[in-house]
Design a protein around this ligand. Structure first.
Ligand code: NAI
Length: 332
């Protein structure tokens, strides 16, 4: 059975080929994003197409895929905002995704960003390579004893809370659906405003929804302690970037770590080192010495890629062979 992959990187090939040893599907990897310009690269009679976050599964693309005989669209990611599910339903295409893959990977990356910022290891790394062993400008602060506010205590937020408890932090949290096991572990649930006001460090782990869009904005920033550290590994749209830049300029935010960015689609997952970047906002953010930007790599661990490949191929096998499927993975 043939599966065509779009937006495939060398690491996708590595992990999917390994996971495929137990299925023996015919895998074809294409580097390009899926869109109307390239959809004809899918041969007639191909039953499965596998896509990632920036592939465009519009009504037009889905109709062409259906006409070519595609039966299953396998998203090798959790999010599906790039897929017209109604069109898939209309054309009888089943759609599956990977709802969860190593929440610890993302939580640990949030901690890595925090530790980089509070101990300035990104600066130390460069200095020492230049044989500059001076400590001026590298003064950090302890995490032990600090108050860490966690917004969203689902799978990733929970893993993050437990790591921060291990550091000896006071961990406070806001989530409309508190997790009783975290309360037992000593995490205190407070109201949203209370978490903002009491935290030295705030880490975002809630999804981007119409309600959470620009959760961190001029008003909410005003409620925070001066000199707060903010870490966002969740979705770029949770931050109002222009307001955040203002707060960096005034010192209201002392440190910012972001693995996600509202306009990341045009930038992330690409090597643009020889290109002129037209996005002035990301350039401004990267110009601050106290801002750390990574390119949506929080999920990027061996364990997570293995789980993504195994879950995707298992779902494809189940959907194509009419076997029972975990309802959490099926979108259509
Ligand atoms: P989850 O669904 O297990 O947990 C989300 C939690 O947020 C839930 O407990 C929910 O009640 C809570 N929540 C919803 N709205 C909220 C609000 N306005 N304020 C506070 N809490 C709110 O999701 P999971 O797996 O923990 O993922 C969290 C987010 O992490 C995802 O939505 C995704 O945006 C992001 N993510 C980032 C990755 C990366 O590589 N940077 C990889 C995977 C996920």
């Amino acid at each position: 059975m043939k599966m065509v992959f779009f937006s495939a990187k060398p690491y996708d090939r590595q992990f999917f080929e390994k996971a495929n040893e137990q299925y023996g599907f015919e895998l074809e990897f294409l580097e390009t994003h899926l869109g109307p310009h390239i959809v004809n690269a899918v041969d007639d009679g191909t039953p499965v197409v596998c896509t990632f976050v920036n592939d465009k599964l519009t009504e037009e693309v889905i109709a062409i895929l259906a006409a070519k005989g595609v039966k299953v669209l396998a998203l090798r990611c959790a999010g599906f905002n790039n897929v017209n599910l109604d069109a898939a339903r209309k054309h009888g295409i089943r759609v599956c995704r990977v709802p969860a893959y190593s929440p610890e990977a993302v939580a640990e990356h949030a901690v890595a960003m925090l530790l980089t910022l509070n101990r300035k290891t990104h600066k130390a790394y460069n200095r020492v390579r230049e044989q500059n062993f001076a400590l001026n400008g590298l003064l950090g602060f302890n995490l032990f004893g600090r108050t860490v506010g966690v917004l969203g205590t689902g799978k990733i937020g929970k893993a993050f809370c437990l790591i921060m408890k291990g550091f000896g932090c006071r961990v406070i949290a806001f989530d409309p659906f508190p997790d009783a096991s975290l309360t037992e572990s000593g995490v205190e649930y407070l109201q949203f405003d209370e978490v903002l006001a009491a935290s030295d460090i705030i880490s975002l782990h809630c999804p981007l929804t119409p309600e959470s869009k620009y959760l961190i904005n001029r008003e909410s920033l005003r409620l925070m302690k001066k000199g707060v550290t903010i870490i966002n590994t969740s979705r770029g749209g949770l931050l109002h970037t222009a307001d955040v830049i203002e707060s960096l300029k005034t010192g209201q935010i002392a440190y910012l770590g972001i693995d996600v960015y509202e306009q990341e689609e045009k930038l992330f997952f690409k090597d643009l080192s020889a290109s002129i970047i037209e996005d002035d906002t990301i350039q401004r953010l990267m110009s601050f010495p106290n801002v750390l930007v990574t390119g949506h790599q929080a999920f990027f661990t061996e364990e997570a890629l293995q789980q993504i490949a195994e879950c995707t191929l298992r779902s494809v096998d189940q959907l194509c062979n009419n076997k029972p499927v975990n309802p959490e993975v099926v979108l259509v």
